[in-house]
Every structure is written in structure tokens, then in C-alpha cells.
Design a protein around this ligand. Structure first.
Ligand code: GDP
Length: 139
């Protein structure tokens, strides 16, 4: 199944704005199957680890603060070409640059508070799926 999964998080801004249902509907309409899902809140340690690749970027501390500011929904999504197709569905990192109809265009607040996460490679999809879910939590 490698290559067919991606990891998403509905971020604290979208949860706070009551967009969980609308975003999950978009995900299902686009043909993704939900293999695992949980409503949770990241600890500071978890957020720092998840975004460790950005630890030298000027926005790292703000990002960690934002990602721990409230609950998130994490999910493993399955579809052929999942990583690339999901990146298309969510749109550009900055919602101002995102295409019409994309999740970030519709539901994001800003470059940082951009509604959803999507893995950027098959390798990271597997690392991020393992970060959030054990084997017994996947269906
Ligand atoms: P993504 O793959 O589209 O999520 O983007 P990146 O991997 O480059 O960045 C990870 C996350 O960090 C983004 O989704 C944003 O939430 C946040 N981020 C990225 N760039 C910036 C920035 O310039 N400023 C701030 N405050 N946050 C940013």
C-alpha cells in the first residue's frame, strides 16, 4: 500500500471555525477513504517533533504555539496517488495563492492558520501516519 496513503490534520483554526464536517465531506467527495482518524490535541513536544524539519525557520515557535492552541483531527487517507492528489485538493500553503475550490482557499485564515496539513512525500506520509496511529487504529 506504500504510495497510496497520506496524512492529514485538520488544524486548530479550522476546528475552531467549525469546518471539520465540511472538510471531511470534501475529502470523501474527492475519493479518499479514511483509514484512521482521531480527535486529539498535540502536546508542545509532539508539535515540535512533527515540525522538526522547520526548527530553524523563523516561524517555528509560532507554528508550534498555533498547532497546540486547540484540538485537531488527524487522519490517514487512502487513494491512488494520495500525496499528490491531496496536495492538489488542499491548495497552496498560503491561502491567498490557493486555487478556487481548494480546501485552503475555502477554509484557511492565513499562511500559518491554513486549515489543513497534507504530507509532502510518500516517505513523510508513512512517517507521519506512524507518528499519529498504531497498527490497531487503522482499518
Ligand atoms: P505545507 O507543506 O503547505 O503545509 O507548508 P510547509 O511545510 O512549508 O510549512 C508547514 C506549515 O508551517 C504550513 O502549513 C503553515 O501552517 C506554516 N508556515 C509555513 N510558512 C510559514 C510562514 O512563512 N509563516 C508562518 N507563520 N507560518 C508558516
Amino acid at each position: 500500500m506504500s504510495g497510496n496513503i497520506t496524512l492529514t490534520m485538520i488544524k486548530p483554526d479550522a476546528v475552531k471555525n467549525n469546518y471539520i464536517g465540511a472538510i471531511l465531506a470534501k475529502i470523501n467527495e474527492a475519493g479518499f477513504k479514511i483509514k484512521a482518524m482521531k480527535y486529539t490535541k498535540l502536546s508542545v513536544e509532539q508539535a515540535r517533533e512533527f515540525y522538526a524539519v522547520h526548527k530553524d525557520r523563523p516561524f517555528y515557535n509560532d507554528l508550534v504555539e498555533f498547532m497546540t492552541s486547540g484540538p485537531i483531527v488527524a487522519a490517514i487517507l487512502e487513494k491512488e496517488n494520495a500525496v499528490e492528489d491531496f496536495r492538489k485538493l488542499i491548495g497552496a500553503t498560503n491561502p491567498a495563492d490557493a486555487e478556487e475550490g481548494t480546501i485552503r482557499k475555502l477554509y484557511a485564515e492565513s499562511m500559518q492558520n491554513n486549515a489543513v496539513h497534507g504530507s509532502d512525500s510518500d516517505e513523510n506520509a508513512n512517517i507521519e501516519a506512524n507518528f499519529h496511529f498504531s497498527k490497531t487504529e487503522r482499518f
